[in-house]
Each structure stands twice: as C-alpha cells, then as structure tokens.
Ligand binder design. Structure first.
Ligand code: SF4
Ligand code: SF4
Length: 288
C-alpha cells in the first residue's frame, strides 16, 4: 500500500456519534456521522454537548451511575459497553462538551458504514461542525462513494469552501445553514461573523454543489425571519431545496431560552415564510 494511503487511514477525527439509519439528514435513508467541535455557539443549538472538545476536567466522572467514566493518564475515558446513555455527564459538563467521543480513523468509520451499506443510499456528515476536519472528510467521501453511496455535508458554512476543492470534488454537495443575514441578528444568534456563510452560499450555487439551504424561523422575529428568507430565496431561486425549519425549544440551553423564548414556532407562521420564498422563485421551499 502506498505511504500516503497509510497516512490517510491513520488520520483520526473526534466522532460524537454515528446514527446508522436516519431519514432526516438528506435524501432517503442515510448513515449520519456527527463530529465533535463547532466554531459557532448558536443560541438555539439542540446538541450543545457537541460544541467543544472535552477538557478532561473530571467534573462528570462522579455523577455517572454505572462508573462508565474514569480518569486515565489525566484523560477522561469512556467505557461505551458500560454506558447506559442517561446523559447525566453532558448535563453537568460546564464546557458544552461530552466525554462520549471516539477518536476514529477513516477505516473505523468505514467499518460502520459497510455494516449499513445494503440499507442506505448515502452518508451525511454533521456535528458539531464536520468541516473542521476537511482532510478526514475528503478521504471518508472517497471511500464512501467507491461503495456506490452518496456523501453529503451538513454544514454551518464556517469553512471557506472555495479553498477546499478536493473536499467538494469528493462530495455530492452541502446542506448549508443560513441562519442570519443581518450583522445584528447574526451576532445575536450564532455569535460568529456571517460573511463566510454568505460567500459559501454564492460559491456553492455557482459550482452546483448546494443540495439544500436551511433557515430556522423564530416566533415573533418578523423582521429577522423575513430578511433572511428573502435574501436566501432571491439567491437560490429553484436551484436547490430550501428547508424552512420551525424553532423548537427542546434541548436548547435554559439560559438561552430566556432570549429565544420557550414557544415552538407556529406551523402557519413558518408556512408563511415558505410561501414568501416560493413567491420569490425558491420553488423548492418547504417547512418542517
Ligand atoms: S451517559 Fe453514559 S457515561 Fe454519561 S453519565 Fe450516563 S452512563 Fe455515564
Ligand atoms: S465532558 Fe465536560 S465535565 Fe466531563 S471531563 Fe470533559 S469537560 Fe469535564
């Protein structure tokens, strides 16, 4: 085997979890791989335990009811066989991290994908933010597509995709979150500059690698919702799907529910924005 192939197999990335069968992460039945770590810190994040890497502070160890966590050589170690998935560890973590992360090689992830291969149409990488590991994803996608599967990325758009042509060549496309268009709403909601996200929207459209855009609709945020939906719809027209997502407070950190509220976005209210998008030419807009 060539040396570069050996290196690529030895590359590791932190994986929070792998869902063998998902029908909400792209078209058809897919295996979804969630990577750990995200440069954003969105107020509405539903899985905030994926934002940061574990700092090995040890806070979560004592609360584990089945002693599945231990400190070894100053690193917190997780015994997946003993774990009962009670989530107590992520509830007490002060750093929006998780001790239940596996550093996996491409080959180890592929072993799991090969198990589900007969029942899926493809894989989706998500997170956290999967594009924090572009070289790993490039190798993973090559291996995946060699099996006749499709490979999509669910991304917050923080990576400047124009600088990673190999990654895009290896993939079937991107499902891009465009959460906020105005600087003020972006600073409040995702707490990260949105310029790269908006550049990615244009770039991915231009090269035909945008599978879908997603925007969350929040209750009582008429101006912010409309500004984002209008902008996206006018950019994408009917060139990709536009998923309008109702905000649901489930899983959102309590301290941020004070800002975003505890109401789920009304279905009719969200449908109003999907209709607006369609009226602007985004014919593949729909609500979930
Ligand atoms: S989720 Fe697993 S590791 Fe975490 S506290 Fe519960 S049993 Fe322990
Ligand atoms: S998961 Fe959180 S609480 Fe547990 S050791 Fe890591 S940083 Fe500390």
């Amino acid at each position: 085997m060539h040396w570069t192939a050996v290196c690529s197999i030895m590359k590791k990335a932190p994986v929070n979890k792998i869902i063998p069968f998902s029908n909400v992460d792209g078209p058809g039945n897919r295996t979804s791989i969630f990577f750990q770590g995200c440069p954003f810190n969105c107020l509405f994040c539903h899985n905030p335990e994926t934002i940061h890497l574990c700092r090995n502070c040890g806070t979560c160890i004592a609360g584990c009811p089945v002693q599945a966590l231990s400190l070894q050589d100053e690193n917190v170690t997780w015994n997946s066989a003993a774990c009962v998935q009670c989530d107590q560890c992520i509830k007490v973590c002060p750093y929006d991290a998780s001790p239940r992360v596996r550093y996996m090689t491409v080959e180890e992830v592929m072993t799991e994908i090969r198990r589900t291969r007969p029942y899926i149409g493809g894989i989706t990488t998500s997170g956290g933010e999967c594009t924090q590991y572009p070289d790993f994803l490039t190798d993973l996608f090559h291996e995946t597509r060699a099996l006749g599967l499709t490979a999509l990325m669910d991304s917050n758009g923080s990576l400047d995709f124009s600088k990673y042509p190999d990654l895009l060549d290896a993939s079937d496309g991107v499902m891009l979150d465009v959460k906020a268009v105005s600087a003020a709403w972006s600073d409040t909601l995702i707490r990260y500059p949105r310029e790269t996200v908006l550049r990615n929207l244009d770039y991915l459209l231009e090269i035909g690698k945008l599978y879908e855009v997603r925007t969350l609709i929040f209750p009582d945020r008429d101006q912010d919702n409309e500004e984002t939906v209008r902008y996206v719809a006018e950019q994408i027209k009917d060139r990709c799907f536009y998923k309008i997502i109702r905000y649901r407070p489930f899983g959102v950190r309590e301290r941020f529910q004070n800002i975003l509220g505890t109401d789920t976005t009304d279905a009719d209210y969200a449908e109003h924005y999907a209709a607006l998008a369609r009226s602007l030419g985004a014919l593949k807009a729909y609500v979930i």
